[in-house]
Design a protein around this ligand. Structure first.
Ligand SMILES: Nc1ncnc2c1ncn2[C@@H]1O[C@H](COP(=O)(O)OP(=O)(O)O)[C@@H](O)[C@H]1O
Ligand SMILES: [Mg+2]
Length: 457
């Protein structure tokens, strides 16, 4: 038998030390080293040697072993790159209470109803609690098995003995490896458990979904260190005060990472939103100063979103207040500076508030022109035409730069009843005619603002 070895591991960063110290030698945190008596975490990793692999010629590998299975939840399949891949390990991260358990229970129940055998392992809720939720979500199925278990070895044994088509572990923070003394949810535990599930997923060809909580600001390091271990990382996000939830792929070994799936949280669980543009614009009121619409690309799909801006005099002097939600605040600062320099709009001393409705987060610079439009509209107190869509990146000299997928964005706007569209002049040259939409090519921010507000700038 291998000799038991004592080492000390840091609860925070997972760093190792051979003797106890007050401060972790790797991350510098105090009082985080814990004694670990284990064979499992020794350098050779006794548990790991079970799978001895042989190199094979690449031509002899059967690619068809990587099967994808679709669920009826198209928004979910799209984010995964077209369905669930056999043997993949997928992390679903998100704030507590956002709806991760709800989503996964709905997914496995759909699979189970279509003849697949699924296992839902919960370390957070008791069996009656899960059954009660399943009742509410109408997620009962005879081949959906549930178990309340937190011991990694027990779960691995369970899945190794009985072949399941899909497994969900809810959540990775509650499971523990009995050979490791640190508490569940600590970096060491999360890492060892993830490794165990990774080996298991590959060995049994079973897709495993790991649910992981991320607190605001990433206070729990757990899911972050798992990101490089798993095949796919999905984040389930949204504003809890809104009903919309967005499932976003931030890493995907089997597909694009730009895709998003949009859901609505309802009493009966999550329902898909196949036409997000309509939903995000549904609460838009008549043309009011400070509200503009842009089209942002989310993966292969253009989505129309409303950007709202308010600029107001602080009156008190001192530093103005800036509250920017849904768009990058550095981007807004840059645009405000360009507006000040090129348009002579004195935004510097004013309070500035921005929001993207529906809790959407825009990362594309293509929204720049819309941000400028919203700020200018509020500054001038004049509305932008309600059927006008804005797109374009703003350069530091006030030029409007081309953006990608212009055609797709305009088509979406036309579908939603927009009639006019401000487009970077460079991109407008190559555009075919689109029925019902007047294209207004703009070269400079000044030109765009005067087009929007009829010569006001
Ligand atoms: N009885 C209910 N009726 C309607 N919505 C509910 C009900 N119970 C829970 N929810 C919704 O489900 C959310 C919790 O979802 P859950 O899947 O448990 O989140 P997570 O697993 O991400 O922590 C709550 O924030 C709430 O919006
Ligand atoms: Mg949960």
């Amino acid at each position: 038998m291998a000799k038991e070895k004592i080492i000390f591991r840091c609860r925070e960063c997972g760093g190792k030390a051979l003797k106890w110290m007050g401060q972790c030698p790797e991350c510098g945190q105090w009082d985080t080293l814990e004694e670990v008596r284990s064979k499992a975490v020794s350098a050779s990793g006794s548990g790991r040697s079970a799978l001895v692999s042989q190199p094979v010629p690449i031509d002899s590998v059967d690619q068809n072993r990587l099967q994808r299975r679709q669920t009826s939840i198209a928004e979910f399949d799209r984010v995964l790159g077209g369905g669930i891949v056999d043997g993949s390990l997928v992390l679903i991260g998100g704030d507590p209470g956002i709806g991760k358990s709800t989503l996964m229970l709905q997914v496995v129940s759909w699979l189970a109803r279509h003849g697949q055998k699924c296992l839902y392992v919960s370390g957070e809720e008791s069996l009656p609690q899960i059954a009660l939720r399943a009742e509410r979500l109408n997620a009962h199925a005879s081949t959906l098995f549930i178990v309340a278990e937190t011991n990694v070895n027990a779960i691995v044994e369970m899945i190794g003995k009985e072949k399941y088509d899909t497994v969900v572990i809810d959540s990775i923070q509650t499971v523990f490896h009995p050979d490791i003394s640190s508490t569940p949810g600590s970096v060491t535990q999360v890492r060892e458990a993830s490794m165990a599930f990774m080996r298991l997923a590959k060995a049994c060809d079973t897709p495993i979904f790991l649910v992981g909580h991320v607190t605001k600001g990433g206070a729990i390091a757990g899911p972050r260190i798992m990101e490089h271990m798993v095949d796919t990382v999905l984040y389930f996000e949204g504003d809890k005060s809104h009903i919309f939830r967005i499932l976003r792929a931030v890493k995907n070994r089997f597909g694009s990472t730009n895709e998003i799936g949009v859901f609505e949280m309802q009493e009966k669980g999550l329902s898909q939103v196949p036409n997000p543009s309509a939903v995000f614009l549904s609460e838009r009121s008549a043309a009011v100063p400070g509200s503009v619409v842009t089209a942002c690309m989310e993966g292969t799909r253009p989505i129309l979103v409303e950007i709202q801006g308010v600029v107001a005099g602080s009156g008190l002097g001192g530093s103005p207040r800036r509250t920017i939600l849904g768009v990058d605040s550095n981007r807004v600062a840059l645009i405000a500076a360009v507006m000040e320099k090129r348009l002579g709009m004195n935004l510097g001393g004013l309070d500035m508030f921005m929001n993207v409705t529906g809790g959407v987060k825009i990362v594309e610079p293509a929204a720049d022109l819309a941000i400028a439009g919203a700020l200018a509209a509020s500054f001038l107190d004049r509305p932008v035409g309600q059927q006008t869509l804005l797109m374009g990146e703003i350069g530091l000299t006030g030029e409007i730069r081309a953006v990608g997928h212009v055609h797709a964005r305009i088509k979406e706007a036309a579908k939603m009843g927009f009639t006019s569209c401000l487009v970077p002049a460079n991109a407008a040259k190559r555009l075919p005619d689109i029925k019902g939409i007047t294209i207004k090519p703009v070269r400079f921010l000044k030109e765009a603002i005067s087009e929007l507000f009829h010569g006001k700038a």
